[in-house]
Design a protein around this ligand. Structure first.
Ligand code: R5P
Length: 311
């Protein structure tokens, strides 16, 4: 039988997944000792069960990662049959290579920790780069928010006058996939600093004048990439700019930066639990992904294919 356990990073999402699957949440305590050590107690029998642990490794990333590892350890020692780490937002994914000498590949280290703790599978959403699946030596399903975004875009706007835009050269593959689904053209913001010390120039590759631009990205963190790209597009004559970004990391002053920007709307998913500031922001909307994750969890448990969820 399948059961779901939640850490503290995003309980509302875990609860929404449980209600989609029409099942109760497994009773468990995930709390802190006075010195902030994590303590976990699974309060019902899980022997021989197919367990899914829902936990995004979002802010505070290390605490939430530690909770995930300790929940997995508790389940393993309680004789669960199979443990799937459901990590809607996989933090540390941006550290997937050595950017310079004597630097770590933290994404690989975190994958090793999750595997060593006892996870048998990983289910995640819009990994920063698809090849990060390769840092795990256990089966990994990387779901895409793209199909959910396409449905939302069609409901909310006129797709005929739309251009899909990648805010940087690194995001072109993701943006191109969405442009193809919408049968819309593609544009790219190319940020360049020609000489050290000179300010960055934003070149737009593609026609955006008079168009409704949709910026696509996996992560909005400080909001800098997004707001700069939106300004560059409006300077080039875009009619309006909206953005669809899977993971709303939104650190520091990001929410203020976005609400005071020219961005018409930023749509994020609830892979990371939205803060109160996000919930009341005038131009940020949260698109739920519990159905997508719940469906993938149900199919995984029934040993069915999940590939139709990518369509
Ligand atoms: C970078 O490669 C990512 O895809 C995002 O563009 C980046 O993490 C966004 O960061 P920020 O919001 O701080 O500019």
């Amino acid at each position: 039988m399948m059961k779901i356990v939640s850490g503290n990073s995003n309980r509302p999402l875990a609860e929404a997944i449980c209600s989609y699957l029409n099942m109760p949440m497994t009773k468990a305590v995930v709390k802190r000792f006075n010195d902030m050590e994590v303590f976990v107690e699974i309060q019902e029998n899980v022997r021989g069960q197919d367990m899914f642990v829902v936990q995004s490794t979002s802010f505070p990333a290390n605490d939430h990662l530690m909770e995930l590892l300790i929940i997995i350890d508790a389940l393993k020692r309680a004789s669960a049959k199979r443990i799937t780490a459901v990590i809607p937002y996989f933090g540390y994914a941006r550290q997937d290579r050595k950017p310079g000498p004597r630097t770590p590949i933290s994404a690989k280290l975190v994958a090793n920790l999750i595997t060593r703790a006892g996870a048998d599978r990983v289910l995640t959403l819009d990994l920063h780069a698809g090849q990060i699946q390769g840092v795990f030596d256990i089966p990994t399903d990387n779901l895409f928010a793209g199909p959910v975004m396409v449905r939302d875009i069609r409901q909310h706007g006129d797709v005929n006058n739309t251009v899909v835009v990648s805010p940087d050269v690194g995001g072109v593959v993701r943006a191109r996939a969405l442009a193809k689904r919408l049968s819309a053209p593609l544009a790219i913001v190319d940020k360049r600093r020609d000489r050290p010390g000179e300010s960055e120039v934003m070149n737009i590759i593609g026609a955006v004048e008079g168009k409704s631009c949709i910026l696509i990205d996996d992560i909005v963190d400080s909001g800098g990439t997004l707001v700069n790209a939106a300004e560059a597009l409006l300077t080039k004559g875009a009619k309006e700019v909206t953005a669809y970004i899977t993971h709303g990391v939104l650190s520091g002053g990001a929410v203020a930066r976005i609400t005071s920007s020219m961005l018409k709307e930023l749509v994020i998913t609830d892979s990371i639990q939205p803060t109160e500031a996000v919930r009341i922001a005038r131009n940020i909307r949260v698109m739920p992904v519990a159905t997508l994750l719940g469906e993938a969890i149900g199919r995984t448990s029934r040993e069915e294919s999940v590939s139709s969820l990518f369509e």
